[in-house]
Write a new protein. Structure first.
Length: 280
């Protein structure tokens, strides 16, 4: 059988693993492209670094071997969709890690509309719902070429191949928005929403107005009743003054509040007069 193939790492770790700037940058990239672990970021970064180092070396190499290697590298990058056919060797140095991650099968699946998010695209690939030219691809990090991009689709046996599947149907707000507008245009100004708004606005104002009016009426009625009572008391006092001459008029004329009337009614002068009469 021969010796087993030696497994080699496809990425290199940074010299300073606890650099805060690199950690924050990796977190942002993972959220954007739906990556599960930081290892996937390091693989893409190492892939990009490898070709940048080759480009730096080939820029200064003018030999036949250098020209051949340059052609081979540019053809591969063109095939992967990272560079155009007219691109030069210097443009390899301007590539970013986002350019590499956009060529992953996970990102292409999301951009083609086969999934509603990056994480859902990853799930479809791992669960064998996606095929590439009749072959199952279970690795979300697979780099697609320009030719393979048109051969990406759902598996025929998968339930997701049906366009009416719940995971492929558009969201409800997007479907209902044009219908509501068409109904509003057809009916014209007779809509339910403005009536409800008018009722909601008019009712509290009417209630407030009626409460204020009731309070004013109550106050006016109380004032009228007080005036009538004062007029009655004045009439009774005048009639008593004209009819009776024996009783003193001063305590009866002025009808003060209840607190003042009691001490005037219970005076000590009549009690002293009664005692003097008894003694005599």
């Amino acid at each position: 059988m021969g010796d087993p193939k030696k497994l080699r790492k496809k990425y290199s770790t940074p010299v300073h693993p606890w650099n805060k700037g690199d950690i924050d940058r990796a977190k942002a990239i993972r959220r954007e492209f739906g990556l599960s672990v930081r290892k996937e970021v390091l693989i893409a970064d190492s892939f990009l670094k490898k070709y940048k180092d080759i480009a730096k070396r080939l820029i200064a190499d003018t030999s036949k071997q250098g020209v051949l290697e340059k052609k081979q590298m540019m053809d591969k990058l063109n095939r992967l969709g990272l560079l155009s056919t007219v691109a030069e060797l210097d443009q390899v140095l301007s590539l970013t890690i986002q350019d590499v991650l956009n060529r992953r099968i996970q990102s292409v699946t999301y951009r083609m509309g086969l999934a509603r998010s990056m994480k859902q695209a990853r799930q479809f690939i791992v669960h064998r719902h996606i095929t590439l030219d009749g072959k199952d691809i279970t690795s979300p990090s697979y780099l697609l070429s320009v030719e393979e991009e048109s051969k990406l689709k759902f598996k025929d046996k998968s339930a997701l191949s049906d366009e009416n599947h719940p995971e492929r149907v558009q969201e409800i707000p997007e479907v209902e928005a044009p219908k509501s507008e068409a109904v509003a245009e057809g009916k014209g100004a007779k809509t339910e929403t403005p009536k409800e708004e008018v009722k909601a606005e008019s009712k509290p104002e009417e209630k407030k107005a009626t409460k204020k009016e009731v309070k004013k009426e109550v106050k006016t009625e109380e004032a009228k009743a007080e005036v009538k009572e004062e007029a009655k008391t004045v009439e009774t006092i005048e009639s008593k003054d004209s009819g009776s001459s024996d009783k003193p008029a001063e305590p009866k004329v002025e009808k003060a509040p209840k607190e003042e009337v009691k001490p005037e009614a219970k005076t000590e002068t009549p009690k002293e007069e009664v005692k003097e009469e008894i003694k005599e």
